[in-house]
Write a protein that binds this ligand. Structure first.
Ligand SMILES: [Zn+2]
Length: 138
């Protein structure tokens, strides 16, 4: 799988295996591999905020998620499934409260015990991309 554009944002989640990197990116920039992805739907809390999980039909690997609470067509791509996963580094680390103690996070990269507010963390350029995507101008 490849990205045809730069990520809007890359969130590292060091609590998850042991560091999942979720890339926010517009769906138009995501080029799946040779096998067409399949999806299933996970229910969210209170029957709302469900999301669709897309996976490789050949090997079962999760590729990306689409959260319906997020307006626009942004996908949350698992960086580890890219052809060149080393090309993406986390802009921030989130949910560090669940981080395993032996995992050392790099100096100089913002880290949050839980999530964060986009307006306080994202660059003006990334916020503008999200605004345009929500407005259907992506
Ligand atoms: Zn596969």
């Amino acid at each position: 799988m490849r990205l045809q554009g730069d990520p809007v944002q890359a969130d590292g989640e060091p609590a998850d295996r042991p560091c999942l990197i979720n890339i926010w990116i517009e769906g138009k920039f995501v080029e799946p591999g040779p096998v067409a992805p399949k999806s299933f739907r996970l229910a969210g809390g209170g029957g709302q905020h469900h999301h669709d999980v897309f996976f490789c039909e050949a090997c079962g690997t999760t590729l990306w998620s689409r959260y319906h609470i997020v307006p626009g067509d942004c996908l949350f791509v698992r960086a580890g499934t890219l052809d060149t996963p080393e090309a993406v580094k986390p802009d921030v680390h989130i949910y560090t409260r669940s981080k395993l103690p032996w995992l050392m996070l790099p100096e100089g990269v913002p880290a949050f015990q839980t999530g964060y507010k986009i307006d306080e963390v994202w660059s003006p350029e990334s916020r503008e991309r999200l605004r345009r995507n929500r407005a259907g101008q992506a």
